[in-house]
Ligand binder design. Structure first.
Ligand code: SF4
Length: 253
């Protein structure tokens, strides 16, 4: 895929449909080839296997259709959560595999997945009290020259303007939302377990966002990708307007 081409949620959605069709075709073909052997063990075995496959695919198709409708129209069709969970767990790796064969980078696929996820959360039209929402930031947002320990308490930040942490705190304080800085996935998971939020607004690179969104499920998570003018993990930034717009959308007034 050309580098300057804008990645959208439709890339992931289209690949997920193609991936699902391929998965069904491959597993049906596999069944066709191994069923004579299965007959040798037990006459009912091929039938049992085919029925299991059919049930599995019906659930997966339902999940995919619900996700497609919800993501495209941003209206809540997510009436069968287990089917959606199956979609997330199974279809994502297939899309990554298929996408890489078609020349998509993992980052582009991750970004498209994050956009699908955000559209699903938007479709729920969630409105929460400020104390049910947390903002989770990566440590790499902090300027490397800053010696203040913001991972212990982000409110130690002096808002000196050298990085976006101060501005994010300002926005979060206006909405009464707490901000946490995580140095990695383990700390992020601990913060989520302790705070028990109903909605997470997470800033991170595509890789951490994709795994974080999947780990946090069924907690709704909005993912905002960081900006990396100096490469990954150092002096990164984020579009603070996007954080403010998202909070406006989700905080009860
Ligand atoms: S804004 Fe806060 S965290 Fe960032 S460099 Fe200044 S004091 Fe440190």
């Amino acid at each position: 895929m050309p580098k300057n081409k804008k990645i959208t949620k439709y890339h992931f959605l289209l690949l997920s449909v193609i991936g699902l069709v391929l998965l069904m075709a491959v597993s049906t073909a596999l069944w066709y080839f191994i069923s004579p052997r299965l007959h040798e063990f037990n006459d009912a075995l091929p039938f049992f296997l085919l029925s299991t496959l059919r049930i599995f695919f019906v659930i997966l198709i339902i999940g995919t259709v619900l996700v497609l409708l919800t993501s495209i129209f941003e209206k809540n069709f997510l009436i069968a959560n287990f089917a959606v969970k199956l979609f997330i767990k199974i279809v994502y790796p297939i899309v990554v595999f298929l996408g890489s064969l078609l020349g998509f980078s993992k980052e582009a696929l991750g970004e498209s997945y994050i956009k699908v996820n955000d559209s699903l959360v938007r479709a729920l039209k969630p409105r929460y009290n400020p104390d049910d929402v947390i903002i989770l930031l990566p440590h790499c947002l902090q300027n490397t020259d800053c010696s203040i320990r913001i991972t212990v308490d982000v409110n130690n930040c002096k808002n000196c303007g050298k990085c976006t942490i101060g501005k994010i705190l300002e926005i979060a304080n206006n909405f009464g939302v707490e901000v946490f800085v995580a140095t990695g996935g383990t700390l992020a998971r601990r913060i989520i377990t302790e705070q028990k939020p109903k909605l997470i607004l997470a800033v991170a690179c595509y890789r951490d966002l994709v795994s974080g969104i999947q780990d946090a499920y069924p907690i709704n998570t909005f993912g905002i990708m960081n900006i990396r003018p100096f490469g990954p993990c150092v002096n990164t930034g984020v579009d603070t307007d996007e954080i403010e717009t998202t909070l406006k959308r989700v905080i009860k007034v």
